[in-house]
Design a protein around this ligand. Structure first.
Ligand code: PLP
Length: 513
């Protein structure tokens, strides 16, 4: 494709996307043009695709035409204003244009030297964002031991933090034959002599998170070789939660003490700010103090809720974050930046790079050798990396901090509105305290029958094509798990009328199930 042809086809593709967004935005009233949840059966899309790749070049018009014919029926419309499932993966014009530019420049920013602008812009926008969500100085690149980096996903951040934690434990153990003491900035903390088992750190390193934490923490432990499969609890502890579904710090400390007494190393705690099921907020400050006492690494997973911290009134959720070694949140969830974009900050970059750095001869270069630059390949699992900072830079500049705050605040207002509708209807109940833009609710009714009713309600809503919600199971006051519907507001185009429409739909479906 010549540059001239690209120009023509590119303009047409942008027109297509803009038209798609316009059509999606009209949804909410009446029959949707696109069912929000794709209604195809397994294999239906594949059945329309040729079994073999074409031998001869095909006309561009034919290729693009096939997007409408073959692909669109199998799309679930995450950008629909009536998408309320999971957590959002929203986006925006500026973000998409940033991604397009990144693709056009086509740089691989693995080393500073392979595109200095990619590294230096990333460092700067991470500092901007750290300031926008109120992270203390220790997480900024201007500190001695800290800084931020863009990862693909929160799952990668969780894993990287775990590897860094183990690296620090290994370093401290090796240095003095002792277990790590309270962490401090780059050094990771002084060590205090204790009786040491002669097993190595790998075999004794224990990971803690709550029963409500995202599955990526256990998956991280599996990848790191700490757990063999999702049910291996030999070195993974799932701490019970309190009535608000937040980690119970007392139980965390008990578990750490028991492990320490057994010669294990309480090495890594992942606290969640905004759990996936209900948006619960673990008490970071108390957990941070416990981690300091035990020399454990504290990672804070704020994948969804972190975005809300652009608003000062929501920053209480990160109270105590100065005690954490790392944290992450996903602008690709709820901050107008299309997937993928997870921001990871640490106050202990030496442990991160210590765990991930390896330098073969062919990557050696003067700038890296001089230690004058950041090479982000040392902060992530793959070597290569896209220029993702561009899209974030465009988003922050296009909307400004005030625009980001207004965006998040409006969704929270809409969630409050929806919560009130649930409370005002005696057929329904709120199943967990509303958290930001996430409302968990259900039709009243106990036992299996209650669950069946709620499953049927969800199925009817999603089969209508007019909205998409997902479910979870939350413990009720009686200690039994109950099927609960989640309404997570966060799509870029969602307005009050879409929330009104989904409430009407829910009521209508509740009548007929
Ligand atoms: N952590 C939390 C609290 C989440 O809610 C999610 C996804 O919804 C994740 C982690 C995983 O996110 P990612 O897809 O970026 O790995």
């Amino acid at each position: 494709m010549t540059p001239d042809e690209f120009r023509v086809h590119g303009h047409a593709m942008i027109d297509w996307i803009a038209g798609y967004w316009e059509r999606l935005g009209k949804g909410g009233d009446g029959e949707p043009e696109f069912p929000v949840l794709s209604q195809v059966r397994p294999g239906e899309i594949a059945a329309g695709l040729p079994l073999e790749a074409p031998e001869e070049p095909e006309a561009w018009a034919k290729i693009v035409g096939d997007v409408d014919a073959l692909i669109m029926p199998g799309i679930t419309h995450w950008q629909s204003p009536s998408f309320f499932a999971y957590f959002p993966a929203n986006g925006s014009g500026p973000a998409l244009l940033g991604d397009l530019l990144s693709g056009g420049l086509g740089v691989n920013g693995m080393l500073w030297a392979t595109s200095p602008a990619a590294t230096e812009l990333e460092t700067r926008v991470l500092d901007w964002m750290a300031a926008l969500i109120g992270l203390p100085a220790g997480f900024h690149s201007t500190s001695r031991g800290g800084g931020g980096v863009i990862q693909g996903t929160a799952s990668e951040s969780t894993l990287i933090a775990m590897l860094a934690a183990r690296e620090r434990a290994r370093r401290l153990e090796g240095r003095v034959g002792a277990q790590p003491g309270p962490a401090s900035d780059e050094s990771g903390g002084a060590a205090r002599p204790v009786q040491v088992s002669n097993q190595n750190v790998e075999d004794r390193f224990v990971v803690y998170t709550s029963t409500q934490a995202h599955s990526s923490i256990i998956k991280g432990a599996m990848v790191a070789g700490i757990a063999i499969g999702p049910n291996d609890r030999r070195r993974v502890r799932l701490i019970q939660t309190d009535e608000r579904l937040a980690m119970d710090p007392r139980l965390l400390e008990e578990a750490m003490e028991t492990d320490r007494a057994a010669g294990l190393i309480p090495g890594y705690v992942c606290a969640t700010v905004g759990t996936t099921s209900s948006g619960a907020i673990d008490p970071v400050k108390v957990i941070g103090a416990i981690c300091k006492r035990h020399g454990a690494w504290l990672h804070v997973d704020a994948a969804y809720a972190g975005a809300a911290c652009v608003c000062p009134e929501h920053r209480w959720m990160l109270d105590g974050i100065e005690l954490a070694d790392s944290m992450c949140f996903n602008p690709h969830k709820w901050l107008l930046t299309n997937f993928d974009c997870d921001l990871f900050w640490t106050q202990d970059k030496a442990s991160v790079t210590g765990a991930l750095s390896i330098t073969p001869e062919y990557l050696r270069n003067a700038a890296s050798e001089a230690g004058a630059v950041i090479d982000y390949r040392d902060w992530q699992i793959p070597l290569g990396r896209r220029f993702r900072a561009l899209k974030l830079w465009f988003v922050i500049r296009h909307y400004g901090a005030s625009g980001l705050r207004a965006f998040v605040s409006e969704h929270i207002r809409l969630a409050e509105l929806f919560e009130q509708k649930i409370r005002d209807d005696e057929r329904f109940e709120i199943s967990a305290p509303r958290s930001l833009s996430l409302v968990c609710f259900r039709l009243k009714g106990d036992g299996e029958h209650g669950d069946q009713k709620n499953n049927a309600l969800l199925a009817a809503i999603n089969a209508s094509g007019r909205a998409y919600l997902t479910h979870t199971v939350l413990l009720g006051a009686d200690g039994h798990g109950r099927v609960v519907l989640r309404l997570a507001i966060g799509a870029t185009m969602t307005q009050e009328r879409h929330v009104e429409a989904v409430w009407e739909l829910i009521q209508a479906c509740a009548e007929v199930i």
